[in-house]
Design a protein around this ligand. Structure first.
Ligand code: CS2
Length: 493
């Protein structure tokens, strides 16, 4: 069977072809972190915007962690298929917005050069929470990170913040003009956070003063909220593409139909006319980000840890259990909503919660609990811990939110599900966690040893005796009665 490529496009049905002519699209965006999420979200919305309003907004995508994506996409001229799965079937389209693919680890010099190209006006990022190598509690670059230290010592940069700052420095030197950096990761106040990390890096590197002044003057870091569920694609998804299009595609991505993006309209130069693709351009994306991360992502983690402990592999399977659905509803309505008032104008919190329950229940989308359970130490601070802290300040005991945290604690400390089967903990702090819990016996000892992780837990929260006591009780129940019975207990409390 022929492989997807520019030459193969004319064989496709018109409805499945890219909405712009990829061969004539110049590059105007550099994207760091070329995973499935970017390809199913920003790349698609950018192509849709260009289809309506034009502009050379093709994307140069840079892989950060491995060369696999670049090996898959380069022979396909950057083309890949998006499968949108929901009730009533599956839509298939080839996306043409990605015009160049680079392996950032193998070719850091080219990454720097691309960011410094005058035709590039926007740099977007999806490198996941851990990709920023920052201390989540302070929002600053980690001073003990060996990779950052190596970049600061002057090797061709391999970290995200190192590559971004080197690219901006090269841009200043080349006089290539202003640029906007758009963070699309689930971090609180993500634009300002990345702006601060770039400045942290710049402060410790060459041309410090000139670079800092140029950053203030020529670079913008708008915050954004991104929302689309994008599970890892499977062999079945690739087989479906082959059957539907008569082509093989190594780069298929799969997503739900829902897709939303809110972007602060604070750009240093031109930008794609994303408003034509349904993107909300706003003065302040932070309330949107907060609502989305606290409602969607915290619910996701609750489902994922309870599911992992109970032995349920899929998100859609978990929310069909009445106890899990009830606890997720209670988390959103009782714990999260009171921390979001007033909501951002245009967001109906009640309707969003209902819609989330439907999105989680989407059986057409095999979203694995193991995928969401990854990197909990990096994800929970933004999605869950702020809710717990805010509710404690309001004098409440947010039991559903504490259940999510207790389920994470059992997941990382015991590494066994309710039937005794081993669980895999995929987390950058997995070793530190294992070392901390190794000599603990009682549930209180486990809770205290984990709350003592300063890079994850704020000291005020860690010192809250109500939080500690409730966590120890919930962890005890999870160990004794299992995930489903404990969810039921919390939902009916
Ligand atoms: C998920 C997110 O894997 C995870 O942690 O919670 O990737 C989630 O699917 C997206 O943020 C939805 O917008």
């Amino acid at each position: 069977m022929t492989r997807l490529s520019l030459a193969a496009l004319p064989t496709l049905p018109a409805a499945a072809r890219p909405r712009v002519d990829p061969a004539r699209l110049g590059v105007g965006i550099v994207h760091l972190g070329l995973g499935a999420f970017h390809r199913a979200h920003q790349a698609v919305l950018t192509e849709d915007a260009v289809a309506v309003a034009g502009g050379d907004w093709g994307i140069c995508g840079i892989t950060q962690r491995s060369g696999t994506v670049s090996r898959r996409l380069t022979p396909q001229d950057g083309l890949y298929t998006l499968l949108e799965r929901g009730d009533g079937g599956c839509d298939v389209r080839v996306v043409g917005a990605l015009r160049e693919v680079l392996d950032g680890r193998a070719d850091p010099a080219t990454v720097v050069e691309r960011i410094a190209t005058p035709e590039v006006n926007v740099v977007t990022l999806t490198v996941t929470e851990k990709g920023y190598r920052h201390d989540i509690s302070t929002g600053r670059l980690r001073s003990d990170d060996p990779e950052l230290a190596a970049d600061l010592a002057g090797r061709p940069p391999r970290t995200t913040v190192g590559q971004l700052t080197a690219g901006l420095r090269a841009r200043r030197r080349a006089g290539a003009g202003p640029v906007t950096v758009v963070c699309c990761d689930n971090l609180a106040d993500n634009g300002a956070t990345v702006g601060r990390l770039v400045r942290d890096f710049a402060e410790r590197s060459a041309e410090r003063d000139d670079l800092l002044a140029w950053l203030d003057d020529q670079v913008r870091f708008p915050s954004t909220m991104v929302d689309r569920i994008v599970p890892a694609a499977t062999a079945a998804d690739r087989a479906e593409v082959a059957a539907r299009l008569g082509l093989t595609d190594e780069g298929t991505v799969v997503a739900e139909r829902f897709c939303h993006w809110v972007v602060e309209d604070d750009f240093a130069g031109p930008r794609p006319a994303w408003e034509h693709a349904g993107v909300v351009l706003t003065d302040d994306a932070r309330p949107w980000e907060r609502a989305k991360v606290r409602l969607l992502n915290a619910s996701h983690s609750t489902i994922a840890y309870l599911g992992q402990l109970a032995g349920w592999q899929l998100v859609s399977e978990c929310v069909r259990r009445p106890a899990v659905a009830a606890v997720v509803r209670a988390l959103m309505a009782d714990d999260v909503v009171p921390t979001l008032l007033p909501p951002p104008p245009g967001l109906d919190l009640g309707a969003y919660q209902e819609q989330l329950m439907e999105r989680f229940a989407n059986r057409a989308l095999p979203h694995r609990t193991a995928q969401v359970a990854m990197d909990g130490s990096q994800k929970l601070p933004q999605r869950l811990l702020g809710t717990i802290a805010d509710r404690r300040r309001q004098g409440a005991e947010p039991l559903p939110a504490l259940l999510c945290l207790a389920a994470w604690m059992r997941f990382v400390a015991d590494r066994r599900d309710d039937s005794g089967r081993p669980l895999t903990v995929d987390d950058p702090l997995a070793e530190e966690i294992a070392a901390r819990v190794t000599s603990t016996r009682t549930t209180s000892e486990v809770v205290d040893s984990l709350l003592g992780m300063p890079s994850v837990f704020d000291p005020e929260l860690a010192a809250d005796t109500v939080v500690r006591d409730r966590l120890a009780e919930l962890l005890g129940r999870l160990r004794l009665d299992g995930a489903e019975a404990t969810a039921d207990h919390v939902a009916s409390a």
